[in-house]
Design a protein around this ligand. Structure first.
Ligand code: KIV
Length: 261
């Protein structure tokens, strides 16, 4: 059954929240079958799937396309859609774009930084909002950890509280010192979801490509549960070899299952 913002708020302090990103239908299907309650269609899609150097190259049309694909694969899972760079530059612009992501299949939207007037405006128009503080890639000049000085830590803690008070039902905290996310998690009423933010957050999110080992760079705080890039290389080599030797298609063992192709 699809979880709602109220369900996620009720999980705070009771049950850790698992979140994975997804960008495609079959991956979303697997995540739903595994019982993960929330999928983030993040603008990381630009970097991990589309080959851009920055999430700033992602457009609202890209997000609509990927949210649609993920929704077709995960009909019963809460989907968060990321508002791309500048599509949330003011409250009215953000509402137009948030409605497009909801129409594409998202249940809620996520936006980066303390855009408190934008969050309040979306919530006032019945759009459920997830905040994002700490490292915010759309405006960051590097991907290094943030919040290591006491001034920066204080700024991020205040941002998280302001995001909550503006009406967000959940907040992602990215790449900050563990003691800072512990403090924020204790201070907020809404769940915190950490990425590179230590074990004390109310939940954890991983970029699915990092978890799959699909790509060529893994952030140090991520974990590779598989090595799919190695599998792709091996499959392509095997296929190439078998076509060259004419082994394929002569060696096919016919699949007689329920496939539809
Ligand atoms: O865009 C994204 O995938 C994200 C995660 C890194 C939290 O914001």
């Amino acid at each position: 059954m699809k979880q709602t913002p109220t369900d996620f708020r009720a999980m705070k302090g009771v049950e850790p929240i698992t979140m994975l990103t997804a960008y495609t239908c079959p991956v979303a299907r697997g995540i739903e079958q595994a019982g993960v309650p929330v999928i983030l269609v993040g603008d990381t899609v630009g970097m991990v799937e589309m080959g851009f150097d920055s999430t700033r190259d992602v457009t609202i049309e890209h997000m609509e396309y990927h949210i649609g694909a993920v929704r077709r694969g995960a009909k019963d899972t809460h989907i968060i859609g990321d508002l791309p760079y500048l599509t949330d530059k003011d409250p009215a612009t953000a509402l137009i774009h948030a409605r497009r992501l909801i129409a594409a299949g998202a249940d809620s939207i996520k936006l980066e930084g303390p855009k408190l007037d934008v969050i309040a405006h979306l919530v006032a128009h019945d759009i459920a909002v997830v905040g994002h503080t700490g490292l915010t890639p759309q405006t960051a000049t590097s991907f290094k950890k943030v919040g290591s000085t006491s001034e920066d830590a204080q700024r991020i803690a205040e941002e998280a509280r302001d995001i909550q008070d503006a009406g967000a039902f959940m907040v992602v905290i990215e790449h900050v010192p563990y003691d800072l996310s512990t403090r924020i998690t204790a201070e907020l009423r809404i769940p915190t979801i950490g990425i590179g933010a230590g074990p004390d957050c109310d939940g954890q999110v991983l970029v699915i490509n990092d978890a799959l080992g699909l790509g060529d760079y893994w952030p140090p705080f991520s974990k590779q549960y598989a090595h799919v890039s190695d599998t792709i290389l091996q499959v392509a080599k095997d296929f190439r070899g078998e076509v060259a030797s004419r082994e394929f298609p002569n060696n096919i063992i016919r699949f007689t299952g329920t496939g539809n192709r």
